[in-house]
Design a protein around this ligand. Sequence first.
Ligand SMILES: [Zn+2]
Length: 217
Amino acid sequence: MSGASALLVCRDVSESIRFYEENFGFRTTVRFPPTGAGVVEFANLVLGENVVMFISHAAMLEDCKRKGDRESPKIVSKNVWGVGVNLYFSVADVDDMYKKVKGKGARIVYDIGDKQYGSREFSVSDNSGYLLTFAQMKEFLKCGSCGMPMTKKGDFGAGDTENKFCVHCTDESGKLKSRQEIKDGMVHGLMKMKNLSLQDAVREVDESMNKMPVWKG
Ligand SMILES: [Zn+2]
């Protein structure tokens, strides 16, 4: 497990497992107690890098009792599950996920669309009322010469978003500069930015430029 993951209270963990596996393709990696050993109290599900955990309402109440916690059971009543909670799952192909989810008949809350903040996403309500958003971050185009992400018009050579190279690697007309000219610029920039010696900066720039198709062999 890496990063933060949510523990969601639900009525029936088995039902949630089914819902997440069938609709979204999650995989159950932990189930307690194990299959066949009684009602499921806890489960850990993963989809790529995304992790979500479930605990049954009954198991949560038991746990609170053990801990002497009298407040949580009042807050997490079965009537307010999911309210105000929106979980974001990052996926590689959101259109594919959308098709899959729609085909299964899950309730789409917000239809698929491109967002200003660079993501394409849709939201769906789960079987307990939690709002789930599946999102795919748009990949920025990278300069084919130096690898710099080009996120706005001014980053592209000659301000032309069709240009494969960035403004630093091209001349005013948008034409790619010579390898030596670009290399000199990058070496200087790197020396300043990382406080490197000339020798180290040259080595680093050569290494990264050799990885770019346009400068290969
Ligand atoms: Zn560049």
